[in-house]
Design a protein around this ligand. Structure first.
Ligand SMILES: [Fe+2]
Ligand SMILES: [Fe+2]
Length: 238
């Protein structure tokens, strides 16, 4: 074989091997992206469903007709969000993955507040949940490469913003009273504890843990600033 032919063969083999490596890398990345989207949409579908269920139960002890009307509206919207995210899962042909233990523990804590029919604690939980949801949807918006999903996220974020505004109105009334202000602060300490411990000590892959910490930090900053306007010191993350 002459020298030119030999060189040509070496170059072709290198190209083929680069191509194989690249496509394997691309495939792995695509699979990772797919799993991330599947997981995130699954968390949303289930979290929205849990949220709607909590609101449905809160309807049995609303303090007045105005709150009843608002909670009824929000419950329907959360049901709508659950449906939208479930439909997106179906659109991508994704199976639902289980709800993270961290979120499960948070919902269990919220459920305790609902079981106690403790309106102030419930609204405090709802405010934190809405904040967390908005931070997560915003983060997902930046990394999902699907126009329809992005449009859905914008619509959902707008509704969560209104839900949070309602919670802020409620909390504003409660901070004026020493006892209810203490209840808000106590509930917030519990929430931060449940979430911070949950994210560190429950089973998550390092990728999921890092993504969760990023969202939690963002929600924590946003909520700390909102609570400042109500003269409440939101607890530091532990
Ligand atoms: Fe929602
Ligand atoms: Fe909401």
């Amino acid at each position: 074989m002459d020298e030119d032919k030999q060189l040509h063969n070496v170059s072709r083999t290198t190209e083929q091997s680069e191509c194989r490596t690249k496509s394997r890398f691309q495939l792995a990345k695509e699979l990772e992206d797919k799993q991330r989207i599947q997981n995130t949409l699954s968390q949303y579908a289930q979290a929205e469903d849990r949220g709607a269920s909590l609101l449905r139960q809160m309807l049995t002890f609303t303090p007045g007709p105005q709150e009843k009307e608002m909670i009824t509206k929000q419950m329907k919207e959360e049901e709508g969000h659950a449906k939208i995210f479930t439909n997106q899962l179906k659109k991508f042909n994704f199976e639902e993955t289980p709800l993270y233990a961290t979120l499960q523990q948070f919902y269990e804590f919220c459920q305790e507040c609902v079981n106690n029919k403790d309106w102030v604690a419930c609204i405090t939980c709802q405010a934190a949940l809405e904040e967390l949801a908005m931070a997560s949807f915003g983060e997902f918006y930046n990394r999902v490469d699907d126009k329809e999903t992005q449009e859905i996220l914008l619509k959902v974020i707008e509704e969560e913003r209104q839900h949070l505004a309602f919670c802020m109105d409620q909390l504003q009334k409660f901070v004026k009273n020493k006892e209810t202000k203490e209840k808000i602060e106590q509930t917030q300490r519990m929430i931060v504890q449940v979430l911070a411990k949950g994210v560190m000590f429950t089973t998550l892959t390092s990728d999921q843990r890092n993504a969760a910490i990023k969202v939690l930090k963002q929600a924590h900053t946003m909520h700390t600033n909102k609570m400042k306007t109500l003269n409440i010191d939101f607890p530091q993350a532990i």
